[in-house]
Design a binder for this molecule. Sequence first.
Ligand code: GDP
Length: 331
Amino acid sequence: MKQRLSTEEYAAGVAAGDRIILAKAISLAESSLPEDQEQALALISKLTPSKNSIRIGITGVPGVGKSTFIEAFGKYITSLNKKLAVLTIDPSSQVTKGSILGDKTRMDELSKNPLAFIRPTASGNTLGGTGSKTRESILLCEAAGYDVILVETVGVGQSETSVKNLVDFFLLLMLAGAGDELQGIKKGIMEMADTILITKADGDNLKRAREAQADYQHALNLFSDNQSGWKPNVLTCSALNGTGIREVWHTIELFRDQLTQNGYLDVQRNAQRITAFHESFEHLLKNELSKFPGLREKAEALEEQVAKQGLPPHRAAAKLITLYREAVKKS
Ligand code: GDP
């Protein structure tokens, strides 16, 4: 019989690094049941936040080599005796059982490593969007003693921006090669990258990878300077033969040292918390609105008027607030 753990039991288990309890706590945070949400929030407020973690976002088109890289990178990180958590966001699947993650061979070796914890995470369109669920999962992993947190998005899409808002360091994996230099990767995503990593720099592809490295570095140099003072770089690696992996970690360490010293790491995390606050508020507000019967239909009618009858969007929003206030008064 499934027995519910108390918040204290969850907290003690997570703090002790118990992987089963950690996995359960993440499920609790991902649950859309109000009582689970409440307990997850109570749990998170009980946990001691980690000071020394580094949160790394990884993205790139399917087939670029993300899981192979994470496997090799994870092997290296754990060889340094660091605990690594990999949270994989699959935007194609609400329940995280989509076709991509259904592939059991993804990060097979790493998943058996006692220092690694791999977890697909719901992209969750429910209360809070991608950000809120993954944010809570990150905090839970950190409280369980994981010092390196990788947040991987499967596929390129909208989730990049949300992931950028959750991590300290954003790693964009790209393929070198004929004509695909900018394939599938929007300029905006390149601008978010702290490092671009050209994958599969081996065999016949090595020369092309080096050329792509120079091209991308040139492209990055054209972007305006980062507020953080960090100058994004381009690296190459081969997860297949293990080259370039330690250089990625070395860059991340340099990044962390530099941004810890100039205080930007904290500035960025605080700004992310503020963004999360506003996002949560918007979601809660929407949720609140949906509780009033008839208000959704009225909102749809307003949408129609905005789209087809030239009602200014701001006026429509103000109208919806008025309708909401009236509904509250009546209730
Ligand atoms: P993902 O979809 O981004 O997770 O990509 P995968 O890690 O599944 O890799 C896609 C394909 O590229 C697989 O067939 C891998 O074997 C291959 N691959 C990944 N890394 C390398 C590499 O470093 N060198 C070479 N030659 N092939 C690689």
